[in-house]
Write a protein that binds this ligand. Structure first.
Ligand SMILES: [Mg+2]
Length: 432
């Protein structure tokens, strides 16, 4: 049944809608539309000049239309008179294929045609910092090993519970929140769901955490490594593949309770891991989280090598229990739609081509990683990751026109970074 947004607005007291989309860099763009105009917008979309955002369009391109998906409607918990809508992008009556939500929807439809549905949960880590971005939001949060710090958690009770209560009211089934491994760092978990639902919620969560923190005089950041000596912001994903109500990764007789199909899916991720970094670790700063030296707390909790294991957090992929795995590669900067799209594309390649993940390693990678021979290393910087993506035929084929568009814009970003003269260079080179 079609949802009529004008009727819904009247029933729920919505005065305006934010018609929102995520561009290739994960920046959320929106137009604010009064309810009186939503009927036309629901049909034809809100108009944008696409070139003005990160989509690889030109100023000469025709109007970009963001057509809202009524299923994604969320009333802003902190301002219920506004309804947020995730949108799909169109130009000249055609879907803009390289845009993240359109891309995920296409991959989701391809998977569905083969009888597969990806379900994921994401673990969003973020810091609460001062508005100027330089300090931890709570000056008393100074423990050397701050993970699960009860008092520091309770000092941010008002912000954390406002977000958690909002998720409860939205029906996301949040189940826990904690202080994470860095000073000022928190994580909030809600139930896993269909990959597109999770991607929409993940986008909205970032918007919500930032908005609510701001209302309390602080700033929420998902930056992968905002403080060099502290643990970074990961975005671990818990992955399973379903057909109807059956989890296809579950197999009592399989190693660790995971089916052969599940291991093939993992094999696909392992095969493309270096290229996936371009999507999962999409900023210059991302590579200060993976491949990082030990933090003050004792561990980075981030991988540097392409390996998998059982219930052991020192590897890129962990199988904590039967029927699912945790991918620990992505960070807080990952575009929620591209995170799901990358998992799906690489995983289905693994299934279709029966990729083997290799031998499971049951060692502490942080202390004994050097003893592992022949395991692929993760890229050391964004440029290497982009080159790996460019060379990955599997992802190029499955992600289509997205790959050249993304590589082009991200390479420009790399050049913009490389043009900066840093203090480190001056310190290390002035007396050369
Ligand atoms: Mg965590």
């Amino acid at each position: 049944m079609t949802i009529d947004l004008e009727t819904v607005a009247r029933e729920r007291g919505i005065k305006s809608f934010l018609i929102s989309y995520s561009d290739l860099f994960g920046v959320q763009r929106a137009k604010l539309v009064p309810t009186a105009a939503i009927k036309g917008m629901q049909k034809s979309g809100a108009g944008f000049a696409g070139f003005a955002t990160w989509l690889d369009l030109t100023p000469a391109d025709a109007d970009l239309f963001a057509v809202p998906d009524p299923q994604s409607l969320i009333q802003l918990p902190w301002k219920p008179e506004v309804g947020w809508l995730a949108a799909d992008l169109w130009i000249d009556g055609r879907e803009v294929e390289q845009t993240p939500r359109n891309l995920l929807k296409k991959l989701k439809a391809d998977a569905a045609a083969k009888g597969f549905q990806l379900k994921t949960g994401v673990e969003c880590e973020f810091f609460l910092i001062t508005p100027d971005g330089h300090g931890i939001g709570d000056a008393a949060d100074r423990q050397e090993k701050p993970c699960y710090d009860q008092s520091a958690l309770m000092r941010q009770y008002d912000i954390i519970t406002e977000i958690s209560d909002a998720m409860l009211a939205l029906g996301w089934n949040p189940y826990q929140s904690d202080h994470e491994d860095a000073n000022g760092q928190f994580e909030m978990n809600w139930a896993y769901d269909d990959a597109l639902v999770t991607a929409d919620r993940h986008s909205f969560f970032k918007f919500m955490a930032k908005s609510i923190a701001e209302r309390h005089g602080l700033r929420a950041t998902f930056m992968p490594k905002p403080f060099i000596g502290l643990t970074g912001n990961g975005c671990h994903a818990h992955v399973s593949l379903w057909r109807d109500d059956k989890n296809l990764f579950e197999d009592e007789s399989g190693d660790l309770g995971v089916s052969a199909l599940g291991y093939n899916f993992i094999g696909g991720i392992i095969r493309s891991a270096d290229a996936l970094c371009a999507l999962f670790n999409p900023t210059v700063n991302s590579f200060k989280r993976i491949n990082a030296p030990r933090t003050v707390s004792g561990a980075t909790w981030a991988p540097n090598t392409v390996t998998y294991t059982g219930n052991n957090r020192t590897h890129m992929i962990r199988i904590p229990e039967a029927g699912r795995f945790e991918l620990r590669l992505a960070d807080g900067a990952a575009n929620p739609y591209l995170l799901q799209a990358g998992i799906l594309a690489a995983g289905l390649d693994g299934i279709e081509n029966k990729r083997e993940p290799g031998k499971r390693l049951d060692i502490n990678m942080y202390t004994d990683g050097h003893t592992v021979k022949n395991a692929k290393k993760l890229p050391l910087n964004l440029l290497d990751a982009l080159r790996a993506l460019q060379q990955n035929t599997v992802l190029k084929e499955r992600l289509g026109v997205f790959v050249p568009a993304y590589v082009k814009l991200k390479t420009e970003e790399w050049h913009s970074y490389a043009r900066h003269l840093t203090q480190w260079e001056r310190d290390a080179t002035l007396d050369c």
